[in-house]
Design a protein around this ligand. Structure first.
Ligand SMILES: Cc1cc2nc3c(=O)[nH]c(=O)nc-3n(C[C@H](O)[C@H](O)[C@H](O)COP(=O)(O)OP(=O)(O)OC[C@H]3O[C@@H](n4cnc5c(N)ncnc54)[C@H](O)[C@@H]3O)c2cc1C
Length: 404
């Protein structure tokens, strides 16, 4: 039972984290470990729709135990509009697959073990107080849905792509552009579905009829498989597209366990803080990599940076510290996001370009640098010759000088 009802004195915390997904749970863990009092509020009303692909860098940096990985993908197959299939082996590492049904509660439990207080309930309102702190109201599920108020010195808005905190309390936070992603979770086939399916391979389909501006995928998760698609286009029917893809990969008759969709933000917001006591993290801040739609790693890193900025603010009382979260994130990943944004706009805009894009993926240099960038989250400087070769080939493809 909650101790703070409408009648009793509200509980007080250094930090109130709204949302216990990868961003919020990471921030709550770090802050609690640093000795701060933390409330993590999570409505926990559904499993987050997600392909669940995570890079080794995430597994290492955030100490994710191997037992949370339901599959290890060792290659990706890119499929072009003309059905050209290009396999890209990951090399001596792998892409981990997690089920968010298990992954998210595990992350939240780690935050609780570190000392955070967890409340299951839905954020409703935020009021700024004269003493510089904020009052947060939420419907407390453990208290019969009663509106409960708590007081915090700071708030981390980690409440996902539809963030109420971003929309209502951070300037420009209502300007988010999103891709709508939809997937169906099916039971994985026992065999290879007539050669179409491999438990260790992620398939990425670049075809305008499946997605006019993004891509469609088949991601194996051990006993289950995620088959999905993203698009920003209005009027585009994601369920029809997934139906077509399922037919294509002989998984039409596989048992469907869930059908679900959610927005993926396309671009980091210009501001992540309100200049007073709120800072955003993860999807709430708009940080999902363009072109790939990868968001879990960036959400956890954003949560870590939000926690760091809040720690600085709590020590110094200087609100400018909150802006450090975005500044540090963009310094580390801004360039890659910018490049991926251009890639998405250019290569995903017509089937002719998609065909060229998939052709480019045959190149060993492209494969090497793509996997290094994805798995390690760094541009490899050790191989300048590979960068130069790719630059030349990329320009040749852009100008249509290279053969498909
Ligand atoms: C279909 C699909 C497939 C994807 N596939 C991949 C993939 O394979 N790999 C990858 O890296 N990324 C993928 N992404 C993106 C990834 O899921 C997100 O970027 C990531 O989950 C962001 O984490 P987050 O913590 O910022 O937000 P979320 O995971 O959305 O967590 C936000 C949390 O806040 C809670 N919350 C929201 N509102 C309230 C409220 N009012 N009160 C209390 N709690 C609230 C929610 O319940 C949720 O738990 C995919 C996304 C979609 C939609």
């Amino acid at each position: 039972m909650s101790s703070s009802t409408a009648m009793s004195k509200p509980e007080e915390f250094d930090v109130i984290v709204i949302g216990g997904g990868p961003a919020g749970a990471t921030a709550a863990t770090d802050l609690a470990r640093a000795g701060h009092s933390v409330l993590m509020l999570e409505r926990a009303f559904r499993i987050k729709p997600c392909g669940g692909a995570i890079p080794p860098r995430l597994i290492e940096d955030y100490n994710i135990p191997q037992e949370l990985l339901v599959a290890k993908v060792t290659s990706a197959r890119m499929v072009s509009p003309k059905e050209q299939k290009v396999d890209m082996p990951v090399g001596d590492t792998y892409v981990g697959m997690v089920d968010r049904e298990v992954f998210d509660p595990w992350l939240r439990q780690r935050a609780v073990d570190a000392g955070s207080t967890q409340r299951i309930g839905s954020f409703k309102q935020l009021r700024r107080r004269d003493d510089g702190r904020v009052e947060v109201g939420f419907t407390d599920k453990e208290n019969g849905g009663e509106l409960t108020t708590v007081i915090g010195r700071t708030v981390i808005g980690a409440d996902g792509a539809n963030s109420q905190i971003a929309k209502n309390y951070v300037p420009g936070g209502d300007q988010k552009k999103c891709v709508l992603a939809y997937h169906e979770i099916v039971r994985s086939p026992v065999g290879s579905a007539g050669g179409c399916f491999d438990r260790n391979r992620a398939d990425v389909w670049y075809q305008g009829n499946l997605s006019p501006d993004f891509y469609a995928w088949v991601f194996p998760h051990g006993e289950t498989t995620s088959i999905g698609v993203g698009s920003e286009m209005k009027g585009f029917s994601a369920p029809d597209s997934v139906k077509a893809l399922r037919r294509e990969v002989n998984l039409e008759c596989a048992e469907t366990l869930r059908r679900e969709g959610a927005p993926i933000p396309l671009k980091p917001l210009k501001r992540w803080d309100d200049g007073a006591n709120i800072v955003l993290a993860g999807d709430a801040a708009g940080v999902v990599a363009p072109a790939s739609g990868e968001g879990i790693y960036y959400a956890m890193y954003g949560g870590e940076l939000a926690a760091e900025a809040v720690k600085e603010f709590l020590v110094s009382g200087d609100v400018r510290a909150l802006a450090n979260a975005r500044r540090r994130f963009m310094k580390e990943h801004g360039r890659v996001f910018w490049i991926l944004g251009i890639m998405q706009k250019f290569w995903y805009s017509s089937d002719k370009r998609r065909e060229r894009f998939v052709s480019m993926c045959k190149d060993p240099d492209v494969q090497y640098l793509t996997w290094q960038a994805y798995t390690q989250k760094k541009l490899v400087r050790a191989k300048p010759a590979a960068h130069a070769r790719i630059f030349v080939k990329d320009v040749a493809h852009l100008l249509g000088l290279a053969r498909v």
